[in-house]
Design a protein around this ligand. Structure first.
Ligand SMILES: Nc1ncnc2c1ncn2[C@@H]1O[C@H](COP(=O)(O)OP(=O)(O)OP(=O)(O)O)[C@@H](O)[C@H]1O
Ligand SMILES: [Mg+2]
Length: 312
């Protein structure tokens, strides 16, 4: 059985300006801002939540089916997916839009100026979850708003349990939306910031959200993660990561671990540690799909990190 991964595909264009924005922005001319930064260094990474989660789940030996909508410029990403052995059956391409993409310019103080163009992501609702066979679990990761809303209902209709993962899509949803997603989903996963926002917006505390699902998983970056289940909270330690190079995509890597554990009926203690180790391995590489491991090397590192044999 497979995991259906609904979410975005995106190019991340990352540019590093070898200077300081503050030296080029004149505070008294802010009303007529017109700045151009010469950036010698540029990377174009394959990203987007569905792409990233599928990439990591595939490394773990799970069976991901990513689902999303991409644009006319997808061929380079498609070739990468081919190389990785990732399924593209439910990656729909439309000609009238670009693939979603982020343009991130960073300066030497780590300040960032980012533009995000959603492009084809806004057509996410063109895909239908019910078109995919042999799915035992799903995830709704950040994507076009209508797509996220409709895919959640479609999972309910076909009786497939899913993880609700609003991520950077949180601002699109009001109290009623979030309550509906929580009631529809079987698991909810958010980082600590999104967890605060979700509690504020719904008026439900973490325990109240957890009561409505099988588990609420909250990741706290370098501090580890917490899994709220009906009868308590399971603390998941982080694995040591070295070097800490680029946190982007840690959340997606972590979610692949969650999907793997849930698909294989593992204990939460193990599922959380697999997820945590995935996040730690990811942070050691720049970009979201440049790290790699085999099942053997993963199991070895798991034992080293947690002092337990991984039985998966
Ligand atoms: N410094 C770190 N050392 C080890 N593991 C880490 C570190 N930072 C993150 N992780 C792992 O990755 C998980 C997810 O990280 P985090 O909570 O930052 O997600 P996020 O904020 O959703 O990230 P993003 O959206 O940028 O991918 C953490 O719970 C942890 O397991
Ligand atoms: Mg995140």
């Amino acid at each position: 059985m497979s995991a259906l991964i609904c979410g975005s595909f995106a190019y991340d264009n990352i540019m590093v300006f070898q200077g300081y924005f503050k030296n080029h922005i004149l505070p008294d001319k802010i009303h007529m801002l017109n700045v151009s930064f010469l950036v010698e260094e540029m990377r174009r990474e394959y990203g987007g939540c569905a792409g990233n989660i599928a990439y990591n789940l595939h490394l773990l030996g799970g069976d991901p089916i990513p689902m999303g909508v991409v644009g006319s410029d997808f061929s380079a990403y498609a070739a990468w997916m081919e190389e990785c052995g990732l399924d593209r059956t439910h990656v729909a391409q439309i000609k009238e839009a670009f693939t979603a993409q982020a343009f991130i310019t960073t300066d030497l103080d780590d300040n960032q100026i980012t533009a995000f163009h959603p492009g084809a992501m806004n057509y996410a609702a063109q895909n239908n979850v019910a078109d995919v066979d042999n799915v035992s679990i799903g995830i709704i990761a950040p994507d076009g708003r209508d797509g996220m809303v409709q895919h959640a209902q479609q999972f309910v209709d076909i009786g497939v349990p899913f993880i609700f993962d609003p991520g950077q899509g949180m601002p699109m949803f009001d109290c009623e939306d979030l309550k509906r997603f929580i009631e529809q989903s079987t698991w909810v996963t958010v980082n600590d910031y999104e967890a605060e926002l979700m509690q504020e917006r719904t008026g439900w505390g973490a325990a109240e959200i957890a009561q409505r699902v099988d588990a609420l998983v909250v990741t706290c970056g370098g501090e580890g993660s917490r899994i709220y289940v009906n009868d308590g909270v399971i603390e998941i330690p982080n694995a040591v990561a070295s070097p800490i190079l680029d946190p982007t995509g840690c959340g997606d890597a972590y979610r692949a671990g969650l999907l793997y554990g849930l698909m294989h009926d593992l204990e939460w203690e193990t599922t959380g540690r697999i997820a945590s180790l995935c996040g730690a391995i990811k942070i050691e590489s720049a970009g979201t799909q440049n790290h790699s491991f085999t099942r053997e090397s993963f199991a070895t590192r798991y034992s080293e990190a947690f002092g337990q044999v991984l039985d998966w």
